[in-house]
Design a protein around this ligand. Structure first.
Ligand code: AMP
Length: 194
């Protein structure tokens, strides 16, 4: 299963991906996690990305594409993947389309988690208090939501036009949301234990 999870920051993409990867048996590829690891390791990519990430802006498409191309060339993606945090604009959606066509691994589905902005602000505030991510600061979150609306929301239409988009209500208990995603993927019979 090759799946993209879309949704605003704090919509639960990472949490749902971490659950789904177990039952789907495919890796969870989070570009945000990869970038945070690069920052923590002090790699050249991390050094370039840090200030942009702290400000809640988008890291350059070139950096992201190089990172993703490298990741998708690894062995563990041969049975699929769950992509979380990419694509975040139309140029990235186009680049992903080309990259997956080149490696002969087209997407099976795109699931968008829908969560209203006020719920996002409340959720990310809790994450900020627990994890202290600079980009979860309430002022930065407002900018991130604006970037999402301007840059990332059109990506959903891009996939909808290709008949790949499923929209799922991301409000509710974790199990409820996971069940809705499974339903969208026609995998209701799969239990949380596999
Ligand atoms: P996330 O954990 O997905 O919210 O990502 C954290 C931050 O990493 C974002 O606010 C961006 O600065 C950067 N980032 C992650 N994925 C991308 C992407 N596909 N394009 C550009 N920047 C990204």
């Amino acid at each position: 299963m090759r799946l993209v999870l879309l949704g605003p920051p704090g919509s639960g993409k990472g949490t749902q991906a971490a659950r789904l990867k177990v039952e789907l048996g495919v890796p969870h590829i989070s570009t945000g996690d990869m970038l945070r690891a690069a920052v923590a390791a002090g790699t050249p990519t991390g050094l370039k990305a840090k200030a942009v990430m702290d400000a809640g802006k988008l890291v350059s498409d070139d950096i992201l594409l190089a990172m993703l191309e490298e990741r998708l060339s690894q062995d563990d993606v041969k049975n699929g993947f769950i992509l979380d945090g990419y694509p975040r604009n139309l140029a990235q959606a186009d680049a992903l389309d080309h990259l997956l066509a080149k490696i002969g691994q087209p997407l099976d589905a795109v699931v968008k988690l829908e969560v209203p902005s006020q719920a996002i602000i409340d959720r990310v505030k809790i994450r900020f208090e627990a994890e202290h991510r600079k980009d979860d600061n309430p002022d930065v979150v407002r900018d991130r939501l604006q970037i999402y609306a301007q840059e990332t929301a059109p990506v959903a239409d891009f996939f909808a036009r290709r008949g790949k988009l499923q929209v799922v209500d991301g409000v509710g208990q974790l199990d409820e949301v996971t069940a809705r995603v499974r339903h969208a993927l026609n995998r209701e019979s799969v239990t949380a234990n596999g």
